[in-house]
Design a binder for this molecule. Structure first.
Ligand SMILES: Cc1cc2nc3c(=O)[nH]c(=O)nc-3n(C[C@H](O)[C@H](O)[C@H](O)COP(=O)(O)OP(=O)(O)OC[C@H]3O[C@@H](n4cnc5c(N)ncnc54)[C@H](O)[C@@H]3O)c2cc1C
Length: 387
């Protein structure tokens, strides 16, 4: 037996023993996932057990070094773990901006002390993070951001406003882009970390068309941030911000199904929905594109892990994955007919289908819009003239 086969065998038995039956089904909505954090209430004992058992083995962040809360797995071993979890439909134990976004940035730009301080609580699901990038006048043109951090010797005093801050009202800490030099556009931004319980931080939820309020306006009024809570150098936060955005875009692209395509045609048949020939052809086309996306995801993630990836690949993934997810939900609505428009009835699960469909409209906006992704692809991958 090869070393990797032995590892697979070990993982299979560990999962068999440790993954509760209730955690062997897909997450059905954002609120069905486990987000962790200081004030998090587990939705079931099974959810708590699964998160804690995975955290104890380093499986919430399998490839992070063990000293930072990971399992120190190689790329091949991590792939085996993903495959074995997928085999029994095990859900991800922890959904976390700390894992998907801040962690990779800290591993790349953080000091050893910062890694020791921040990464373990992320891996154990103890601290929930939110992202303070966008401002009312700065979305696609993020570099124009105005939130200002005034240097007061051993700390900054931060004033300004962020917007669309996902889960700001539930997060414990924020990673935040702050202007620390008004004279320099790109080289005048710093990447700061601070506690959302700090004096001067307030949040106000914003409602989406799906009826949910997953994000907020976030206000900073003379918030004191100690100097050691900066990632990277003063005024060089733009480098950290861009690096993190690559990971964010990869994360959002997973809405397209990731490395494992499931057939929409088969799913609709399971639900007893009969498709007319025109719709059946569209669903078949979608299924083929979903398979192609899964193959692209696997190729890109192998390339990323072996250091051979083109830096603009996350933009391709984000564009393709989110447009695919929007298409899937459009088809699901068409297949469901008028019944799919139900908004509140018990039979419709509180309008799960229509609310899910409306939520996908934001996929091609959050983390950078599809138009911006196409601009980057034109410029950095296709090298088109004038782009
Ligand atoms: C569900 C959701 C969650 C989010 N969560 C967060 C979060 O947690 N933290 C955070 O900081 N932000 C968050 N955002 C904000 C998100 O990053 C911004 O909405 C996004 O970057 C677009 O910025 P904007 O909304 O200001 O739109 P704008 O930049 O004003 O764009 C408006 C329109 O103009 C187009 N456009 C703009 N510039 C160009 C160009 N150069 N070329 C072609 N077209 C262009 C855009 O594509 C878009 O269609 C979230 C957004 C959503 C929808």
């Amino acid at each position: 037996m090869s070393e990797l086969d032995a590892f697979r065998h070990e993982i299979r038995s560990w999962l068999e023993e440790n993954c509760p039956a209730e955690m062997r089904r897909p997450v059905t909505s954002e609120s069905d996932a486990c987000w962790g954090g200081r004030n998090y209430t587990f939705q079931s004992e099974a959810q708590r057990q699964w998160m804690e058992r995975c955290a104890a083995r380093g499986f919430t962040v399998p490839m992070w070094p063990t000293e930072y809360g990971g399992a120190g797995l190689s790329a091949e071993q991590a792939k085996v773990l993903r495959e074995e979890m997928a085999r029994i439909n095990a859900r991800s134990p922890l959904s976390s901006f700390g894992i998907w976004m801040l962690g990779p940035a800290l591993l790349h730009f953080g000091t050893h002390e910062q890694k020791l301080h921040y990464l373990q609580p992320i891996a154990r699901g103890e601290i929930r993070w939110c992202q303070g990038y966008s401002e009312p006048g700065s979305g696609s043109d993020l570099v124009s951001l105005q939130t200002f951090g005034e240097d007061r010797g051993d700390h900054w005093v931060v004033n300004g406003q962020k917007i669309w801050t996902s889960y700001a009202d539930k997060a414990d800490w924020i990673f935040c882009l702050v202007r620390t030099d008004k004279a320099n556009k790109y080289q005048g931004i710093s990447f700061l970390l601070f506690d959302m319980a700090s004096e001067g931080v307030t949040t106000r939820p914003i409602r989406l068309i799906s009826g949910a309020s997953p994000f907020c306006e976030t206000f900073f009024d003379n918030v004191k941030v100690p100097k050691d809570q900066i990632v990277g150098e003063v005024n060089r936060g733009w480098d950290v911000a861009k690096y993190l955005l690559g990971h964010e875009r990869e994360m959002i692209s997973a809405t397209g199904g990731g490395e494992r395509a499931t057939s929409l045609g088969a799913e609709l048949t399971r639900q007893g929905i009969e498709l007319d020939p025109v719709l059946r052809a569209q669903v078949a086309l979608y299924d083929v594109d979903a398979l192609a996306f899964a193959a692209m995801s696997e190729k890109f993630s192998d390339e990323a892990r072996s250091g051979r990836a083109h830096p603009a690949q996350p933009n391709m993934m984000k564009y393709a994955g989110t447009e695919l997810n929007k298409r899937k939900h459009e088809l699901t609505m068409m297949a469901g007919g008028t019944a799919a428009l139900e908004w509140e009835s018990e039979a419709s699960g509180g309008g799960a289908r229509s609310r899910g469909w409306l939520r996908t409209k934001a996929n091609s906006i959050e983390g950078g819009t599809s138009e911006i992704m196409l601009n980057v692809i034109a410029k950095r991958i296709l090298d088109l003239p004038g782009a």
